[in-house]
Design a protein around this ligand. Structure first.
Ligand code: TRP
Length: 335
């Protein structure tokens, strides 16, 4: 069976974009593959050093995984730092990463551009840690968004260099993976055409999976629209396209068709459209929110699952490290 692996940084909470862009895919994959899903708390350390925030965020993301339906009996769920083997592989892979190529990574250059951001070595080697996450379980598929594809490419590079130097095929080449038909694109509610994002400074642009009904209604009421279609069969403006995309994700096909037809006939009333959308978003999110919050308030249950997940992940990780140490000549003494 093929191995799938993915993770999210331990920052903030999840929003509708994370759901449709990632979690929805993961839920399907856990039925078909040998899956590892983890909370990347060490990656969060590249930018944040507030202990209580880290602690809170890691548990929050873990509760989201469980609340959304990732099932510890079907997949391995863990917190990255609970698997210290990853750190050992990270150290070794650093020997196969060039300073120059790390400096040229898009995500690093973007951080470097932002003034005031301290550029620590952890930030520079962020892709190496991500490669360690993936290669530690010798994963075949990695469900990630476009913004992570360069990191995945670097993962293949580091793995291949290792394989080449030690004349081994220890590390397979992981591929990006998504169920293409299920990709609903979720845009920020300000009509900017940007994807919905955790780090958007205006939280009105983002619908979080733990938002209350009221917050959802308010955010959608404020969502940007335009003057309305002036001619029949007008193309969508960015604002309206974003709202229809969202409707594709949460509403019934009949509802979607009806509003599309109204739009094409210039009969659409944005007030009604947004009210319907709010109702459907709430129906979509409410049961998920209740599950997430219930997990979040049950640390005993989460602890048990995180422990179990770490045990399973470490077992797989130790196999990889054993094989790695073997080819590297790091088994020094016979038993
Ligand atoms: N870099 C990813 C992100 O920011 C998170 C991540 C860390 C990850 N390690 C990973 C994703 C391994 C997939 C596989 O979204």
């Amino acid at each position: 069976m093929k191995t799938v692996l993915s993770g999210m940084r331990a920052t903030s909470r999840l929003h509708l974009g994370n759901y449709f862009g990632a979690a929805a895919n993961w839920l399907r994959m856990q039925e078909e593959y040998n899956c590892y899903f983890f909370v990347a708390d060490l990656h969060a350390l590249t930018t944040d050093h507030d202990p209580s925030a880290l602690n809170h965020h890691a548990k929050t993301i873990f509760a989201h995984y469980l609340g959304l339906g990732l099932n510890p009996e079907k997949c391995t769920l863990y917190i990255q730092s609970d698997v210290p083997e990853i750190a050992e592989l990270y150290l070794v892979l650093n020997m196969f990463a060039n300073k120059g190529e790390l400096e040229k990574t898009a995500s690093f250059k973007e951080k470097a551009r932002k003034k005031g951001q301290s550029l620590n070595a952890g930030l520079l080697t962020y892709p190496v840690l991500m490669a360690a996450d993936i290669l530690i379980h010798r994963a075949d598929f990695v469900p990630v968004g476009k913004d992570q594809e360069q990191h995945l490419e670097m993962t293949r590079t580091f793995g291949n260099r290792f394989n080449h130097v030690y004349k081994t095929d220890l590390f397979p080449e992981p591929q990006a993976f998504a169920y293409s038909e299920s990709l609903v694109k979720i845009f920020a509610l300000d009509g900017s055409g940007q994807k919905m994002s955790k780090s958007d400074h205006n939280t009105n642009n983002t619908i979080f999976l733990t938002d209350s009904d009221d917050e959802i209604r308010k955010k959608l009421k404020k969502a940007k629209t335009d003057k309305g279609p002036q001619e029949k069969n007008s193309p969508f403006t960015q604002e309206i396209k974003g709202l229809f995309e969202l409707m594709t994700g949460v509403s019934s096909p009949e509802t979607l068709q009806a509003f599309m037809a109204d739009y094409a006939n210039c009969a659409i009333r944005y007030g009604d459209f947004k009210a319907q959308l709010a109702t459907d978003v709430i129906d979509f999110i409410a049961p998920k929110r209740e599950e997430i919050l219930s997990w979040q308030s049950d640390e005993v249950r989460m602890k048990r699952i995180a422990q179990l997940g770490a045990d399973k992940a470490r077992e797989s990780a130790r196999k990889t490290l054993n094989a790695m140490r073997d080819v590297m000549g790091m088994h020094y003494f016979k038993d």
